[in-house]
Design a protein around this ligand. Structure first.
Ligand code: PRP
Length: 182
């Protein structure tokens, strides 16, 4: 297997580390400005494991919001396949205490939309004050359910990408850039 961290790797890089930093800063600014205009001083960030762990870590450090709490939940529907099973498994969600809170759900990617549709429905059942969704990448061509995020880092074509938290069979999450899996 090719070492994708090899600088001489011929894999097509879709987003370099610099591209990613620029996107994260832009999205963080949009969220911060919206919170300011809505008078929101406290934000409860829900990071959806595993894929969003890198994006969420970068994003929260760029947000200009006085009080930020971070929660982690797990969601999985792909297993070791590159096609969604459609059967979304959510973990740790019952431990959330978010009644009346301002929620920002942070995801790495929206594909079919199944994960975020199910997750936001469940989050809303806890009766938070506001719920907004931020995704680093969005693949609208693959959508099978009606779902749009409030904040999107970049719309991407229908290619299987890895890196920056995104995996194939648990590999490549550690790549600092985003590349197309051959
Ligand atoms: C990926 C990704 C999203 C979801 C998006 O998770 O992190 O949560 O798929 O796909 P969808 O829009 O078709 O539901 P995955 O199930 O691969 O788990 P992981 O985050 O642990 O890699």
């Amino acid at each position: 297997m090719r070492d994708m961290k090899d600088k001489n790797s011929k894999n097509k890089i879709l987003f370099s580390e610099t591209d990613i930093k620029d996107i994260v800063c832009r999205v963080a600014d949009e969220i911060s400005q919206d919170c300011k205009s809505m008078g929101i001083n406290s934000l409860n960030v829900i990071c959806v494991l595993k894929g969003a762990f890198v994006f969420a870590a970068d994003l929260v450090r760029q947000l200009e919001i006085p009080n930020i709490n971070i929660e982690f939940i797990s969601a999985s529907s792909y297993g070791s396949s590159d096609v969604s099973s459609g059967n979304v498994k959510l973990g740790c969600i019952d431990n959330l205490s978010i009644f009346g809170e301002n929620i920002l759900i942070v995801e790495d990617i929206i594909d079919t939309g199944n994960t975020l549709k199910k997750l936001t429905e469940q989050i809303k059942s806890f009766e938070p004050n506001t719920v907004r969704v931020c995704a680093m990448f969005d693949k609208p061509d693959r959508r099978s359910v009606d779902f749009d995020a409030d904040y999107v880092g970049s719309v991407i074509p229908d290619e299987f990408i890895v890196g920056y938290g995104l995996d194939y069979a648990e590999m490549y999450r550690d790549l600092p850039y985003v590349t197309v899996l051959k």
